[in-house]
Design a binder for this molecule. Sequence first.
Ligand code: SF4
Length: 482
Amino acid sequence: MADGATENCGLFGVFGCKDAVERTYWGLYALQHRGQESAGIAATDGGSIISHRGMGLVVEVFNEEILENLANPAAIGHVRYSTFGPSTILNAQPIVVAYAGGRMAIAHNGSLVNALTLRGRLEKQGSIFQTTNDSEVLAHLMAHPPRAGKPDALKRCLRDLKGAFSFILLTPDEMIGARDCHGFRPLCLGRIKGGGYVLASESCAFTPTGAEFVRELDPGEILRISGNGLKSETFCDRRSVRPKHCIFEHIYFARPSSIIFGEVVHEVRKRLGARLAERFPVDADVVISVPDSGNSAAVGYHEESGIPFDRGFIRNHYVGRTFIQPFQVEREKAVRLKLSVVEPVIRGKRVVVVEDSIVRGTTIRNIIRYLWDAGPKEIHLRVSCPPIISPCFYGINFPTSGELLASHNTSQQIRRYMNLTTLGYLPLKEMLGCVSKPPGHYCTACFTGRYPVRTKEMSESLRRGRQQPGTVPGEGKAGRVK
Ligand code: SF4
């Protein structure tokens, strides 16, 4: 329910399996939480590459006939939420290109922070772009005459890209996975019992596709999967490999059952909740979560504090954007359609509400207002990450800094704005104490404003974002909490 942060993209690919297309469909289905705007599959029979893309959910874009018309035994797929370029069918992926080096399909998760610069340079050299998304830059770099068709073309092109990228590429004879030198976005390898390999953004896509988890790709790794087996290589030198995994994958984006950056997401979220209970204890009668992303942290809070856990909200899984948008339902009503309060759990109680994060603050404010209607004595909000103060340039769609509630308000102001008895955000150091790798191995830029990769394009965008404060409903002056 993080209001304003939207998922980025999900990737899935299968090589060497007679039902690769069907498995890719189920893989995308399992990754639907990473993007709901468009979906696509590109597949090869070893000769041509054919694809189908459409706007909407996986189940809306594909049917049996479409899947039967796609080729086997290798396929890659993509679900998208736009972080760069508008949400149109033109920008849906995989992108399929034919160039001097052959045919290739490209599926990308992440955001390139030098895409506009590269695009400008390529256009001056004669490239004609078909889409407005950053991923197409890779296709044009690959097709560029000095590199096209050369054995090390991919390595050299990936070295030109700055920012966050996990790619799955498909050619008629191989599937390739590649991850940027910082490993911002996840990408993992699985093996299908009975033959074949899969690549996926998250391991939660393995079980429904009959695959078992093998390992995550390393930052800076290119993994080639072909009829000759697996071949791993790196495209950046050792000094350039500096892990900066997106910690927000653990906090909010990834499915709790997935293994991300070496750990099960649910376990990390429980530790975040437990640390929150240590840091911000309170005398209360019940712990509830904002479903679904606050569930694991709420369990951790309950286990550490000993305060009983109960379900204060029941989520209606059948009410989604597709229902709400055509009817222009206002945000407050949308919250009441999506969540129902279980009144006996709340009435007369001192309630701890655990939420994963606060972005704009509008949704959680409506949730708290709704909760007060059920008659609690007190409401204590606990947030399992620090205040978000800066936008993300690496593939997560946050609003501009002016629209981020915590970028221009203190915790006390936010507590009053939300009408809370108390409010506690998990501090940065404590959050980093809940993950297994050293603190320097994670990107935390949205909490600190310290960006591990920075370009002129980003500086310009940050400057514009600060000049455009958002309008938060219920506030007097735009961007300020009364
Ligand atoms: S800025 Fe935040 S959301 Fe973006 S990659 Fe870094 S940690 Fe993740």
